[in-house]
Design a protein around this ligand. Structure first.
Ligand code: 4NP
Length: 161
């Protein structure tokens, strides 16, 4: 069992999409039982809230239902996970600051696994954006989650973005 946490700023837009997409892809690949998947935010503004309605609508258009309530990641939570996937570089640096030295190796950027990232490793924050921004974010997350699942299945987590 691999314990994975997707982490963004508010845990209402990007990381809930990543959690839903990864779980969906793992189920389709027949390996859903191998993963325990959560999402969280480094900020606490939205704790307890459902995912943003635009994130839910975008995921629903791709056949994925998002549920769950926003949670804030604390330093003490880092031990619970084998792998933490930051949705952008600011979040990754917050996580690295929060982590003890020996925990830093399990913090990665999700877009390292996006074959079309071309060195841009941020999934941009869509919170103040349009529905098209949410769709673009969804597409990046889906590509990256496919890459991540392939990497975890083959044991090769070097990344390709
Ligand atoms: P997320 O988006 O990090 O993708 O969940 C955001 C949600 C809320 C805020 C920022 C980003 N906020 O500032 O409240």
């Amino acid at each position: 069992m691999q314990r994975i946490c997707f982490v963004c700023l508010g845990n209402i837009c990007r990381s809930p999409i990543a959690e839903g997409v990864f779980e969906h892809l793992a189920e389709l690949a027949g390996c859903g039982a191998e993963f325990q998947v959560e999402s969280a935010g480094v900020g606490g503004w939205h704790v307890g809230e459902a995912p943003d309605s635009r994130a839910r609508k975008t995921a629903a258009a791709h056949g994925i239902r998002l549920d769950g309530a926003a949670q804030q990641l604390r330093a003490r939570d880092l031990d619970r996970f084998d792998l933490l996937l930051a949705l952008d570089t600011d979040v990754a640096s917050d996580l690295r600051q929060m982590a003890a030295h020996g925990q830093r190796g399990k913090i990665r950027l999700l877009r390292e696994f996006d074959p079309l990232a071309r060195g841009d490793l941020d999934v941009p924050d869509p919170y103040y954006g349009s529905m098209q921004d949410f769709e673009n974010v969804y597409q990046m997350i889906e590509r990256a989650c496919r890459g991540l699942l392939d990497s975890l299945s083959t044991g090769d987590t070097d990344g390709r973005g």
